[in-house]
Each structure stands twice: as C-alpha cells, then as structure tokens.
Design a protein around this ligand. Structure first.
Ligand SMILES: [Fe+2]
Ligand SMILES: [Fe+2]
Length: 192
C-alpha cells in the first residue's frame, strides 16, 4: 500500500490531506489514551473533577428519592411514590452515564460513600412528610440545574461530548423540577 509523505510537495499543496496524516499519526502515538486525542483542549483533570461532583450529586439524589419512595405515605402517596421511583431511576441512569464518561476521559469515578455527601452539590434531606419531601426534591433539582449549567458553561466547546451529555442530563433535571413544582402548586391533600 503506497504511503504519502507529509513533507512531499504534492501534499504540501493540500492542507486537508496533511491534516489528516497528522491526525492519524497523533492517534497512533497516543493510542493508549483511548478516546482522548490531542485535539481535546479542555483541562482534563478539571473536567474529571467536575464530573465526579456531578456523579456525587446524582448518587445522593438516587438515595434521597429512594428514601422518599419507601417512606411516602398519605392520601396522595401512590401517585407521588411512582414519581419518586421514576426520578430515582433517572438519576441512576445519569450517574451511570457520567461514570462512563469519567472513565473515557482517563479518570476514575469516585463512589466512596464516605465522601459522597460532601462532594454532592445537592443535599440529602429526608423530609418530614410527603409535601416536605417533594419540596426538598425540588430544591435539590434546582441546585443540580444551576451547577450543571455552570459545568456546561465551563466546558464550552472544548469537549463537545461531555457538554452534550450534561445538556441532556440538565434537560431531564428541568423536567423533574417542573413535575415537582406542579405537584407543589396543585397540592390539596392535608393528609400528606
Ligand atoms: Fe440527575
Ligand atoms: Fe433530577
């Protein structure tokens, strides 16, 4: 198979071909870095740290929603329980996506339970009654929304894969917040 020399006059007239060759060479040189190539311009350590904070946030949210799911009682409990469980599953799926991306970036997902709560942006609040639980969940979603938006702004276009993933997750947190806000607004049950 004939190989093109990057320095040949023929190639020098074609910057696109030269670029492709340079890209291929770099890809081979850093093959051990997996998905991360030289064109990755974000500060990788910072992105991994931010993603680990988002991961902690998601895992704390899973635990809080699960606790609320099991503890919910009262007249409106059935419908709201289903919502809590659905959100818990969504947050788990978010956590999994984030952990996978951390590994792709050459980092390690930190799931150490001893430090999860301190790295999480959102808090673990048990809530006294059903309405209180919904309110605490809404607060947590709003915190996640703000901090994910900040992460997306920081990453910008330097890591479009991570940015796209976080935008996706952010959109779902907005849906969660919307559903919780609707529940609070339409509250009628005293036995909550
Ligand atoms: Fe989430
Ligand atoms: Fe959420």
């Amino acid at each position: 198979m004939p190989t093109q020399q990057p320095a040949s006059p023929q190639v020098a007239h074609s910057p696109f071909v030269a670029d492709i060759q340079a890209i291929r060479e770099r890809a081979r040189k850093h093959i051990e870095e997996g998905a991360i190539t030289d064109s990755y311009t974000a500060e990788r350590e910072t992105v991994i740290r931010l993603l680990n904070e988002a991961l902690a946030t998601e895992l704390v949210c899973v635990l809080r929603y699960k606790r609320h799911y099991f503890m919910a009682k009262g007249l409106m409990a059935d419908a709201i329980k289903a919502e809590f469980l659905e959100h818990a599953n969504d947050e788990q799926a978010h956590a999994d996506r984030i952990a996978e991306r951390i590994v792709q970036l050459g980092g390690e997902p930190d799931m150490n339970p001893a430090v999860l709560a301190s790295r999480s942006h959102a808090e673990y609040v048990e809530g006294h009654d059903l309405r209180d639980m919904v309110k605490e969940d809404l607060v947590a979603e709003r915190i996640a929304i703000d901090s994910y938006r900040a992460i997306i702004d920081y990453i910008g276009d330097r890591d479009t894969t991570t940015k796209r993933m976080m935008e996706d997750i952010l959109a779902q947190e907005e849906e969660h917040a919307d559903e919780l806000a609707d529940m609070l607004a339409g509250w009628t049950g005293e036995n909550a």
